[in-house]
Write a protein that binds this ligand. Sequence first.
Ligand code: ZN
Ligand code: ZN
Length: 360
Amino acid sequence: VPDPRPTRRRRILERLASAKLDAALVSHLPNIRYLSGFTGSNALLLITQAGATLLTDPRYTTQSAQECDCKAVTCKGALWTAASDHLRRKRIRRVGVEAAKLPHSTWQTFQSSLGRNALGTIDGWTDQLRTIKSPDEIASIRQSVLLNSKAYEKTLRRLRSDWSELRVAAELEYSMRKLGASGPAFETIVAAGRRSALPHAAPTGSRIGTNRILLIDMGASLDGYASDMTRVVHLGPAPDKARRLYDAVLEAQLAAIAAVRPGAACASVDAAARKVLKKKGLDKFFTHSTGHGLGLEIHEGPRIGRKVEDRLEPGMAVTIEPGVYLEQYGGVRIEDTVLVTQTGVEILTPTAKELLVLNP
Ligand code: ZN
Ligand code: ZN
C-alpha cells in the first residue's frame, strides 16, 4: 500500500492557487497527524509547493524524525513565532491557516507579525479529506469497534448492582486498555435510572442498583482511531414502559441505518429516525442529532442531523444513535458505528441489540 500522506498533502496544495495562497499552515493536531504522521502534542505543519515542514519543540525531536515522512524542524520558543520567521525567510507572502480552530488572539498576533494581507483560511480543507476513510483507516476503525465491544461484553459479565457508575466506567476503561486500546476515545458515560435521561451524563459515585435502566456510551482509541457505541440494559425485570421505549428507539435506529447509502443526504438519514419516533409521539424527546462521523477524532464530519445537505459517500464511517429521554423516568439511546459502502451500509458494531435484562 503506498504511503497516503504525500497524496493527502497534494490535495491541499491543489487548492492553494484558487484560494490565492502560497502555503497552508495546519495547526489542528489530528489534521497534522493525518497529513504528516506526527502524534505529539505541539506542532505546526507548513505545506508549500517546495515541500512540507513540521515545526515542533525539543521534546519531540526524535519522535518527529521517526514519525514524519517530511522535514521536521525543532524550534526554540513559540511555534507561531518560529512559523512567521520561517515564512519571512522563505519569502512566502500569503498563507492559509485553520482560522475557525484558532484562538482569535493567535490569529491577531500572527497577522501583525506577517502584515495585513498575509493571512487567508484553509478552514475545513483537511477535515473534508478526512471524511472519506482509506482502506487502512477503515481497518483501524474496525479494530477499534471490535475491541470496544469486547471490553463492553467482558465487563457486563462481571457487573454487580453494588458497583457505582464510576466503578462501571473504570472497569470498562481498564478492560479496553487490557485489550490493547491506548484509552477511551472520550469520557465514558455510565448512567443508571433517571440519570440516563441526561444525554451526556458523567458517571457518579452512586451505585447502579436494580429495577432500572442502565445506559452505557463508550468508545476506545486504538492506533489513534475512535469507536463509539451506546447500549442500554435493564437491571432487573423490564417493565412494559421500558420495553416500549426501547423498542421505539431500536426501530428508529434500524430505520436510520436502512437509510444509509452512498448519495443519501445526511438529513434524510436523520429524518428516517425522527419519523419513527414521531409516529409514537416520542420525537420531541429526541433532542440531538442522529449521528456523526468518527476517525482520528470522536466527532468529525459528516454530521447526521436535520438540514444537513451533505451527502454520504463510500468510505465514510458514521455513528447512528437516536435516543429518547424522559426526564422523570430515564433515557434510551442505541448507537452503532457503521460504514458507508459502495452499495449501502455495513454495521461494524457486533454487539447484540435486543434489550438485555441483567440481574447483577
Ligand atoms: Zn457515543
Ligand atoms: Zn456518538
